[in-house]
Ligand binder design. Structure first.
Ligand SMILES: NC(=O)c1ccc[n+]([C@@H]2O[C@H](COP(=O)([O-])OP(=O)(O)OC[C@H]3O[C@@H](n4cnc5c(N)ncnc54)[C@H](OP(=O)(O)O)[C@@H]3O)[C@@H](O)[C@H]2O)c1
Length: 287
């Protein structure tokens, strides 16, 4: 049995589908069993559990052979990751734990709270003695779908400075997870998942412009202004400050390395941003 957490989200929902295509028995951890993705078939067993509720995690992981640990960005995300790892230990079955972290988890840059949580969870996992693998994806192409309206108005305004980022398609991250889950040969490995190129935000804006049919200007917003903008738009303070920290890492050029690991795991080249944008033209156009 392969247990997938974060199963209704951007990556996890695709991991569930990919595992089912391979014929695996999948238990999907969800908060609301009454509303699961339509593409899941009867081979998916949804189970209600919450990262903050260890007893519910014990029930969800009971007969797990492998566990995909993907938690949402949240002030308690480190505790949530630890809780799932601890529940995996309590099964007594030594399941293979695949931790979905983020690029930089090995380099441990200071001052990025989302990464700090993943680093602490990684250390906790190693100390648990369970067999483990870590997936460390860079920022997702899919994040840009939330900026479509701004792109249509001719602006990509983020605090990314002049740094380049090897953003990756979340579908390639999910495909890599499917390869690693329930198969041998990946224990003790950290796979860094990136797209095929590092692009500056000006280059990303240009590629978005080619799809939306107008010039999209990159505006390198100052961190303080970006924070104020997110707070004004109703973001909670912890998450908004974390996003500014992450963009600071991008601006510093420390998220530009390109890794071969997507192709190594999936057997296919990583999708490019241009391909992604063209495939999502309807969403980007607002159609
Ligand atoms: N976005 C990026 O660019 C990026 C890049 C690298 C790494 N990451 C990492 O990727 C992760 C986010 O992945 P994602 O974008 O696929 O996530 P997502 O779309 O935000 O989905 C989060 C999932 O977690 C579930 N969840 C939230 N709170 C829960 C709780 N208390 N108990 C149980 N389940 C809960 C959600 O279920 P519900 O349906 O019930 O809400 C959903 O299935 C984070 O760890 C982040 O650091 C993100």
């Amino acid at each position: 049995m392969i247990v997938v957490t974060g199963a209704t989200g951007t990556v996890g929902s695709k991991v569930v589908v990919g595992l089912r295509e391979r014929g695996e028995a999948v238990r999907a951890l969800v908060r609301n069993v009454g509303s699961v993705p339509a593409e899941w078939d009867e081979g998916v067993q949804p189970v209600a559990a919450d990262f903050a509720d260890p007893l519910s995690l014990d029930a969800a992981l009971a007969d797990a052979d492998a566990v995909y640990v993907l938690v949402a960005v949240h002030p308690e995300m480190e505790t949530h990751e630890r809780n799932v790892i601890d529940a995996a230990v309590r099964t007594g079955r030594r399941p293979h734990v695949v931790l979905h972290a983020a690029a930089g988890v090995e380099q441990r840059p200071d001052g990025v709270r989302f990464l700090a949580a993943h680093v602490a969870a990684f250390e906790h996992l190693v100390a648990s003695g369970l067999p483990w693998t870590v997936l460390a994806p860079n920022g997702f192409f899919q994040n840009f779908l939330g900026m479509a309206e701004s792109a249509r108005a001719g602006r990509l305004a983020v605090p990314g400075g002049q740094g380049s980022v090897s953003y990756v398609d979340a579908r390639d991250v999910a495909a890599a997870a499917v390869t690693v889950l329930g198969t041998d040969g990946h224990q003790g490995a950290v796979y860094t998942l990136t797209g095929p190129a590092a692009l500056s935000h000006a280059e990303l804006a240009e590629q978005l412009g080619a799809v939306v049919g107008r010039t999209v200007e990159y505006v390198a917003v100052e961190p303080e202004a970006a924070l104020a903008g997110m707070l004004g738009a109703g973001w909670d303070g912890w998450r908004a400050a974390g996003m500014v920290e992450l963009y600071g890492l991008y601006a510093s050029g420390h998220a530009a390395a390109v890794s071969p690991d997507v192709e190594k795991l999936t057997g296919r080249p990583a999708r490019s941003f241009a391909e992604f944008a063209a495939e999502h033209a309807e969403v980007l156009h607002g159609g």
